[in-house]
Design a protein around this ligand. Structure first.
Ligand SMILES: Nc1nc2c(ncn2[C@@H]2O[C@H](COP(=O)(O)OP(=O)(O)O)[C@@H](O)[C@H]2O)c(=O)[nH]1
Ligand SMILES: [Mg+2]
Length: 223
C-alpha cells in the first residue's frame, strides 16, 4: 500500500514562532518593557483606548506603540501626533500580527527608551487569539454597541485574554440589552480569573481611572 507522505510545515512554523517569542520576551525583560496586546473587533475603540492611555501616562512613563492594520497609516498618525514613538505594520491580507512581524518592528525601535509597549492588533476576534506575540498581557476590548454576547460567540479569544475592557460605556443608556454585569459574567464563565474594567472615553464623563491604576501596577508577566 502507498505510504501517506506528510510535510511537517505547521510544526516548523510553530517552532520558528516559539523561537521568535522567546527572543522578544528576552528583549522585553532585558529592557524592562511591559507589553500589552490590544485586541478587539474593528471599531471597538482600540486606538482611542491607546490614545487616552498615552494622554494620562505620557509624563510618568515612556510609551511606544506598534500599530497593526491591513492597510493605511491612519492610526499610527493619530498616535504619532501625541508625540509617542509608533511603528506601523501593514499586514496586507493577513488578519493578525505574528511574532515574526513584531520581532522585525522591535529591531527598528529604541527599546532602551520604552517602559510600556502597546501593540494594537488587527481588528478581529478570531485570528489574533492563536498568535503569541511575546506580550505580557492580552487585553480584549468589547464595546457596548457590539452587544453583550461576544464572549460566548468568540470564546477562544476570551480564554486567552488576561483582561477584558468594556469600551464606550457612555453609550450604556442607549443599549438597554447590554449590562456590564452580563458581559463580565459571560467573560468569567470562559476565563474565571479574567481582570475586568470599563471605560468611557467620549461624552460627559471620562471613565478610565481603574484601568490606569492597574496599568501603573502591572508587573512583567511571562504568560
Ligand atoms: N461614544 C464613544 N465612542 C468611542 C469611544 N471610544 C471610541 N469611540 C469611537 O469609536 C470609533 C472607532 O474608534 P477607534 O479607536 O478608531 O476603533 P478601533 O478600530 O478599534 O481602533 C471612533 O469614531 C471613536 O471616536 C467611547 O468611549 N465612547
Ligand atoms: Mg484602530
Amino acid at each position: 500500500m502507498n505510504k501517506i507522505k506528510q510535510i511537517p510545515v505547521l510544526e516548523r512554523v510553530a517552532k520558528a514562532n516559539e523561537i521568535f517569542v522567546n527572543e522578544i520576551r528576552e528583549n522585553f525583560r532585558k529592557n524592562d518593557i511591559i507589553c500589552f496586546n490590544i485586541m478587539g473587533s474593528p471599531g471597538c475603540g482600540k486606538t482611542t483606548f491607546i490614545e487616552n492611555t498615552i494622554l494620562k501616562l505620557k509624563d510618568k512613563k515612556k510609551i511606544a506603540v506598534i500599530e497593526g492594520d491591513l492597510a493605511t497609516t491612519i492610526d499610527a498618525e493619530r498616535i504619532r501626533d501625541l508625540g509617542v514613538d509608533v511603528f506601523q505594520i501593514n499586514t496586507g491580507a493577513m488578519c493578525h500580527l505574528d511574532a515574526r512581524l513584531i520581532r522585525e518592528a522591535l529591531a527598528k525601535m529604541d527599546l532602551s527608551n520604552i517602559d510600556l509597549l502597546f501593540i494594537e492588533n488587527v481588528g478581529n476576534l478570531v485570528c489574533p487569539s492563536s498568535h503569541d506575540l511575546g506580550e505580557d498581557y492580552r487585553i480584549i476590548l468589547a464595546s457596548v454597541p457590539e452587544g453583550p454576547h461576544k464572549p460566548k460567540k468568540y470564546p477562544v479569544i476570551y480564554k486567552e485574554a488576561d483582561v477584558v475592557v468594556i469600551t464606550k460605556a457612555d453609550l450604556l443608556e442607549h443599549f438597554p440589552d447590554f449590562t456590564v454585569e452580563t458581559l463580565f459574567g459571560h467573560a468569567k464563565e470562559i476565563k474565571p480569573d479574567i481582570i475586568t474594567f470599563k471605560v468611557a472615553l467620549k461624552g460627559k464623563e471620562i471613565i478610565m481611572d481603574e484601568w490606569i491604576q492597574w496599568l501603573l501596577n502591572a508587573k512583567p508577566n511571562n504568560r
